[in-house]
Design a protein around this ligand. Sequence first.
Ligand code: NAD
Length: 362
Amino acid sequence: MNKKITLIPGDGIGPDIIEQAVSVLDALAQKYNHRFEYTSVLAGGAAIDAQGVPLPQASLDACLASDAVLLGAVGGPKWDNIPGIRPEQALLGLRSGMKVFANLRPALIFKQLKNACPLKDEITEGGLDILIVRELTGGIYFGERGRSGNEAWDTEKYSAAEIERIVRLGFKAAEKRQKRLCLVDKANILESSRLWREVAERIKTDYPSVELSYLYVDNAAMQLVRNPRQFDVIVTSNMFGDILSDEASQITGSIGMLASASLGDGTGPGLYEPIHGSAPDIAGKDLANPLATILSCALMMRYSFNAETEACAIERAVERVLDDGWRTADIAGSDAASLKAAGKLVGTKAMGKRVVEALKNI
Ligand code: NAD
């Protein structure tokens, strides 16, 4: 395949991790005879410095003209106090400009890193692999809000069409996995949640292989720490997804390992990025873990390019590197000293190189 990929290194560790992800994409292209053509654009603090705005129109145009977008991270203390302008505005601009309405966040525990999981061993025995599908452009974050005297209000509002497109995406994701979809809502209280259920009931017959279940959000928050293995795919609204996806990522204990994909109706490019931020404390020091960004490239293969073999190759290469004991500092845990003595504690560049080597031998 021949694909155009727009790169947004962004700020902080963004450039460090994107560099390694590109080296993995290059190795993948070579292995499977693909051609990836990259365009690198500015966004976030880097764009504020160069052009005075967090998302220049030319950057968005380049994203829209490509097949997929890979983002590092944006933001940092340098840009925290500019009146009316923030690097993170680039993220909202990208989401709305690219019309991506679904955020897919896998929360998985790598067996090699299970010590990082704060839950008891018996709860996560056999591993954990949940996909949270969050609605991204509707609901209470975008609904009517206001103030009157000492009162303030926000509105949760969804149309059936908005619900249908995200729930369908949840069904389709479940079809490719363990075929279980759980709709998380608050249908015992909220009218909007009852519409979510009505829509899900109406369309479920289109996905006969998927088992659909429902859970109230308060119970879901509890079940995620009590018995997370019951979940395969969770689909939910913007606010519930915001909260639950952070909870789920903490269960894995490894912020430097988690990827995400933001997708639209399939007619435009998807946006792929690690879930972590720009980590200004370790920027440019060759300390950042590039694996979340590299795993975001696996999601790009799977969801934008329909290239499952390539996606699995990246994921297996990462697994192999972990199996061989290579760790960046953030995932070394209490073994850091012994890993260092054994020469297995590596920086951003060496970790990227290890994945490239592993990929060649998959
Ligand atoms: P953060 O995720 O950047 O960092 C939290 C902690 O995790 C830090 O100690 C950091 O060093 C560590 N960490 C994060 N990613 C790591 C990696 N790949 N390897 C090793 N360690 C890693 O969150 P924060 O400190 O709250 O935010 C820093 C900046 O990033 C802020 O300006 C924030 O607004 C921005 N941010 C951007 C995004 C995004 O671009 N999508 C997301 C979250 C935060």
